[in-house]
Design a binder for this molecule. Sequence first.
Ligand SMILES: Nc1nc2c(c(=O)[nH]1)N[C@H]1C(S)=C(S)[C@@H](COP(=O)(O)OP(=O)(O)OC[C@H]3O[C@@H](n4cnc5c(=O)[nH]c(N)nc54)[C@H](O)[C@@H]3O)O[C@H]1N2
Ligand SMILES: Nc1nc2c(c(=O)[nH]1)N[C@H]1C(S)=C(S)[C@@H](COP(=O)(O)OP(=O)(O)OC[C@H]3O[C@@H](n4cnc5c(=O)[nH]c(N)nc54)[C@H](O)[C@@H]3O)O[C@H]1N2
Ligand code: SF4
Ligand SMILES: [Mo]
Length: 707
Amino acid sequence: MQDSITTHYRACHLCEAICGLEITTQGEEILSIRGDKQDAFSRGHICPKATALQDLHTDPDRLRKPVKRSGDGWQEISWEEAIKLAAEGLTSIQQRDGNDAVALYAGNPNVHNYGSLTHGGLLRKALQTRNCYSATSLDQLPHQLVSMALYGHQALIPVPDIDRSRYMLILGANPLASNGSIMTVPDVTKRLKAIQQRGGRVVVVDPRRTETATLADEHHFIRPGTDAFLLLAIIHTLFADNLIRPGHLVDVVQGVDAVREAVRGITPQLAAQATGIAAETIRHLARAMAETDGSVCYGRMGVSTQAFGTLCQWAIQVINILCGSLDREGGAMLPSPAFGYITRGAKGAGHFARWHSRVSGLPEFDGEFPSVVLAEEMLTAGEGQVRGLVTMAGNPVLSAPDGRALDRALAGLEFMVAIDFYINETTCHADLILPPTGPLEHDHYDIVFHRLAVRNSSRYNAPVFEPAAGSCHDWQILNQLSVAIAAARGGSLKPLPEPAQLLDMGLRHGHYGERGDGEEGFSLQYLQRFPHGVDMGPLVPGLRDRLCTDDGMIHLDVDFILQDIGRLVAAAPVLAEGELLLIGRRHVRSNNSWMHNSQRLVKGKPRWQLLMHPSDLRQRGLQDGVQVRIESRTGAVETSVMASDEVMPGVVSLPHGWGHRRQGVQLRVAGEQGGVSCNDLTDRGLFDAVSGNAALNGVPVRVSGVG
Ligand SMILES: Nc1nc2c(c(=O)[nH]1)N[C@H]1C(S)=C(S)[C@@H](COP(=O)(O)OP(=O)(O)OC[C@H]3O[C@@H](n4cnc5c(=O)[nH]c(N)nc54)[C@H](O)[C@@H]3O)O[C@H]1N2
Ligand SMILES: Nc1nc2c(c(=O)[nH]1)N[C@H]1C(S)=C(S)[C@@H](COP(=O)(O)OP(=O)(O)OC[C@H]3O[C@@H](n4cnc5c(=O)[nH]c(N)nc54)[C@H](O)[C@@H]3O)O[C@H]1N2
Ligand code: SF4
Ligand SMILES: [Mo]
């Protein structure tokens, strides 16, 4: 008898847009993946990556059993043996050299996997190492640090109220390719166009005329890494032109005069010299922000992964506050999630600079060191040197700056464990790989992204498939490994209950939980009745009551951030003759360093050309399409160049996450692709001095013809 056809509803976990999917299956086979039109939030929107979930599910390269390095190859072993060997290998290093001799790197997909989020902390507890790292410091660390400093909690991050906004000033984000970030917004194109349809404006500031810039009403090129000048000059103008109106937050906003003083010298003229944006344009941006009801300034990856990332993110908050746009309809608002609602007294506020890294002395944030120091902590001999590593869902060899240094560092480790289902550029260095189930084999809840969503929403999905026999979920691996590590150290640690149980507890005690008034509150059981998700409506004001600062105030004058203005002014652009500034670029059919083993996503023209302005090509006597050598302080790669006036003169653009054709990597499709890793060029010596976040954008490079 043939299996019947079943329809499943399930969120896509590949990016922050968390689109609802309708997946039909027959037995073990996926028949179709479509957008779920009934999804309360995403309304049927998907992008090409959604259908590639099928390739991920069926990929023969995806590991299903633990493997142990044996000679040049890999040998399948049992889970029991794998966990035992992993715990022994890690603890024997720790017992000899101390706990910090083992490091942990948690990559981006952890935030899309709720079992990894609920159980990741247990492994940290078991390892008790200060050498914790993650993609946070390759990405949004400045956002978290600024939220902690201003609002008292790293997770109190306002998001654009895009559906009601009438003026959106976007810096360093390309949601048309990324589908939005720190702004969970399925179908962002439609929502941006809707701003225009209601008479509003979308303005993009970016060194590249991106897909989003093309849709926008205005696009302004900016020299990479100079946004802090622009933003501070906007604040300067708000003061100079008497445009300050903190609105309903006026009595909780403190330190305004100190900010006025701090930006006094950052005039639009000065900013124009640094940024390349005319002084008159800067004044006009300030006025539009201040004078439009429902204005919001939003800055993402391009302005946090640069040398002044924290200053930029702080300035963006300050602009929204001074324009009365914070916590206001159409401005920047706090989502009210069903799980993990942050309000006064909430745990996990974050801490900063309580201790510092061994070699370069960079500050911890919330118990993690910046990922730019991971390689040196392994490569620098002496007491406290990292000799062992656990990676979970991350590929820092392709994702972190100076990936070649990490490559060397990983090759020199004594012992490494990877919790991952691919043998890629990072995990090929492991002694043991512990592969979790595929995404469709476990249930799903977006702990992080409902917290950042532009509508209050909540959705739980059951697994599409039963897990393969003898497989383990990420959370089960984390439980088993943590318990085994604790035991190997002569202690004990209790495994955590399954994620669904923790979710249920969080929902019941959450913002929409049981209230004792007879109304049914949120629980797992409640959400299970709504596979298309629950829409709890638009974002609502209420920041005042949710502020987690000691005195319930917002102090704009954060010392360690204001001090950075001096560094900004002193840091004259020091490009040597002939140098260009390298920036990244995302493509809707790619996903960081992975999903490149899906033929349907990678087919077509190669995507790792260097974009370069025709005038810069001419200056170097280069033709469009030729092979070029790109060289930075740390490395060199060769790829083809594409003439494009999308990038401003002096700027070149290369995507990250490619370069899979190397020894040891076992990815059939990705490995056939050429491609180079942008992070062979980026520099671990370039970071935001305040937070230690990597400056992946604005890297000086030289470009020359090959042959
Ligand atoms: N030059 C440059 N570099 C960048 C960026 C840039 O724009 N330019 N972007 C940066 C940003 S924003 C980020 S977030 C980082 C991301 O960089 P990473 O943190 O390295 O994240 P990914 O590349 O997404 O990691 C993919 C890995 O996770 C594994 N994986 C996927 N799903 C799961 C799962 O459910 N469980 C487990 N255990 N493993 C899984 C995959 O097999 C793969 O090995 O890259 C950063 N690097
Ligand atoms: N398709 C796809 N979607 C993704 C991802 C992916 O790899 N592929 N990655 C996911 C992840 S991990 C993240 S964090 C988000 C990121 O989402 P976004 O923040 O939207 O990231 P990008 O698309 O890289 O856009 C960054 C923009 O910053 C610009 N930029 C570079 N340097 C500067 C600068 O100095 N100043 C200014 N103003 N702009 C600058 C770049 O030209 C680029 O257009 O995307 C997520 N979504
Ligand atoms: S935009 Fe694409 S990758 Fe992102 S959640 Fe939606 S379908 Fe998945
Ligand atoms: Mo990211």
